[in-house]
Write a protein that binds this ligand. Structure first.
Ligand SMILES: *Cc1c(COP(=O)(O)O)cnc(C)c1O
Length: 361
């Protein structure tokens, strides 16, 4: 039996979107391939609310995250971490020999404007990374408040991890002054894993021209060159299957409208939070909860593995906690094309499963 995915990626993919993955291949150097990529780029610019250049990568989001710190750091990176994925960005720096400092918040808490100000005012950093939505703890950073700080430092390249939120949460890239905004196909965009997406500002492109040892496969200059000069092509052979599905799915997303999509995510999040407050506890800072994934402290007295197994028998898959929160919390994703009705039905089953397990205990 297929288990419906309520994990924070990969997500449930609608059958008509999956079908587009089976579109016959085309020559990747043809006009048709360029037209496909151009269409995708223009639609993504609407979803990401940006005029910046869109690059695609046949990899998961991590590829473009690693490529970003390699392509745009010349002196030193300041990595602001609010959990597992922020720390990963720090590891990408150190393992590539990029000078970097890690500024960690307590788990479940945001990056504060004060932390940013303190680091940037030293003048030591030419790149910062921020996690817009931290999937391990279910919080999102107050980007508008953070932008007020980093906009005072226009020489700094601002890289944002929006992997688990672009297409669900509202992230107006240009208004927020984000130079490099990265996402993956398998989260809020509702596609299979295997494609990464980023928007890149002209300022970042000019900066990369001054950086050495950018690598090749994930070199943003190389990706941008093929978009601008060929135009709208990819340096190697892209996953055309993903591109067909993405092109189709972006039409669906824009048809729903990004504001409506955001509202639906907020509504689903509110329902899951209400359930958590009533039956367990919310793990993270209540003022900055993610609209795409909720991290719940397991106070049921039952092992989450037992809950998830019983839910599995009803055709659902949820997620345990991440890293140090593995056994203490569990997570319910409410992202991509999941509907309010589906969330309500899932929580009803969850109530029944918990009651059954308690009766047996
Ligand atoms: C999933 C995730 C990643 C990693 O993305 P991949 O596509 O698996 O490489 C990075 N950051 C966040 C916040 C994520 O949720």
């Amino acid at each position: 039996m297929h288990k419906r995915l309520y994990i924070p990626g990969p997500v449930e993919v609608r059958p008509d979107v999956l079908e587009k993955m089976a579109t016959p291949m085309i020559g990747h150097r043809t006009k048709d391939a360029s037209a496909l990529q151009q269409g995708i780029s223009e639609k993504l610019q609407k979803v990401m609310q940006t005029k910046n250049t869109i690059v695609l990568s046949t990899s998961s989001g991590s590829g473009l995250m690693e490529g970003a710190v390699r392509s745009f750091t010349k002196t030193r990176a300041a990595v602001f971490s609010i959990g597992a994925f922020g720390k990963r960005w720090y590891k990408m720096c150190t393992s590539n020999g990029i000078e970097a400092d890690l500024f960690e918040s307590e788990l479940g808490q945001i990056t504060t404007p004060e932390m940013l100000e303190q680091a940037l005012s030293t003048g030591k950093y030419d790149l910062i990374t921020i996690t817009q939505n931290e999937t391990s703890t279910g919080i999102h950073n107050p980007m508008a408040r953070l932008a007020e700080v980093y906009k005072k430092y226009p020489d700094v390249i601002v890289c944002v991890d929006a992997v688990s939120s672009m297409g669900g949460d509202l992230i107006p890239v240009d208004e927020l002054g984000i130079d490099v905004c990265i996402t993956s196909s398998q989260k809020c965009l509702g596609l299979p894993p295997g494609l990464a997406i980023a928007s890149v500002s002209d300022k970042a492109i000019a900066k990369a021209e001054t950086v050495e040892n950018r690598g090749l496969y994930f070199d943003y200059l190389e990706l941008v060159k093929f978009v601008k000069e060929k135009p709208y092509q990819y340096p190697s052979t892209p996953s055309e299957s993903h591109m067909f599905a993405l092109d189709y799915q972006l039409d669906r997303i824009l048809e729903e409208g990004i504001e409506n999509r955001y509202k639906r995510h907020c509504e689903m999040a509110e329902i899951v939070r209400d359930w958590a407050r009533k039956n367990c506890e919310l793990y993270s800072d209540p003022d900055n909860l993610s609209v795409t994934v909720t991290c719940i402290t397991n106070t049921t007295g039952l092992a989450f593995s037992d809950i998830n197994k019983a839910m599995g028998e009803r055709g659902y898959l949820m997620s345990n906690g991440y890293g140090p929160l593995k056994d203490k919390t569990f997570r319910i994703a409410h992202m991509a094309d999941t509907t309010v009705d589906e969330i309500n039905q899932m929580l009803k089953d969850l109530d029944e499963v918990i009651a059954e397990l308690k009766a047996k205990a």
